[in-house]
Design a protein around this ligand. Structure first.
Ligand SMILES: [Zn+2]
Length: 238
């Protein structure tokens, strides 16, 4: 039968493996990729907000000019209706109306030129917004794929954790409660390693060589006697 100390060493090996698996689970490269995609999404969102604000500003100017053109059109129609309606016959009044129509048409033409300028100004901004919106859609797809990859990788690690944890539970049944309590306390205090093997004259916990007298003491301890490394305080399994 395996001694409780040898079993404890196996428990330690399983705990170390579990710690490594949990670390791997937390630091999956798939997570780093997902974080990078999310960062790019945030960047594109910011660029998109900026481009949309510029587009809205230009579009606002365009709408204002178009409203001016409409107003001019309405006024031209009104004046022309009176001018050619036959109700006004005084030549001075007709001349004034005709001059007003000319003036309104010139004004309208000025607005039209400015609308064309604004539309030209708007074109690259519209293209920029459209491109960023496409980038955003592509990044959303990339994010969904990255999330799926994380889920797959996590499931793989979880399956490994489940196997090792089950083995550990079975092994732990062979460790007396007081020894287990001591081990857990040391493990919590000493970076996850509470029990270490004696390798020749070296403690595998702190990797220091035991002094001759100390080594002698450990070697003469009974197989079930719990001894500790003088240097790191860990349970030393000999
Ligand atoms: Zn040690």
């Amino acid at each position: 039968m395996t001694s409780p100390l040898q079993t404890l060493l196996a428990v330690q090996e399983h705990d170390t493996a579990l710690d490594q698996l949990r670390h791997r689970r937390a630091t999956l490269p798939e997570r780093a990729h997902l974080a990078a995609v999310e960062k790019r999404i945030a960047e594109v969102e910011a660029q998109l907000a900026d481009a949309r604000a510029r587009r809205d500003e230009v579009a606002g100017r365009q709408a204002a000019l178009e409203a001016e053109i409409e107003t001019s059109d309405r006024r031209i129609t009104e004046v022309e209706k009176r001018l050619y309606g036959g109700t006004v016959s005084a030549s001075r009044e007709l001349t004034a109306m005709s001059e007003e129509v000319d003036h309104l048409k010139a004004r309208r033409s000025g607005f039209e030129d400015r609308v064309l300028e604004v539309m030209e100004e708007r074109e690259p901004v519209d293209a920029e917004v459209a491109q960023l919106e496409m980038d955003r859609v592509a990044l959303d797809e990339e994010k969904a794929a990255a999330e799926a990859a994380v889920a797959v990788a996590v499931a793989e690690v979880d399956a490994e954790i489940e196997v090792v944890a089950a083995e550990r539970t079975t092994l732990a049944e062979g460790v007396p409660a007081d020894l287990d309590a001591t081990y857990e306390k040391l493990r919590g205090k000493l970076g996850g390693v509470g029990a270490a093997k004696l390798n020749g004259a070296n403690c595998s916990g702190c990797h220091l060589t035991l002094p001759a007298t100390e080594l002698d003491r450990v070697r003469h301890a009974g197989p079930d006697e719990v001894v500790f490394c003088d240097q790191c305080g860990r349970i030393l399994v000999h």
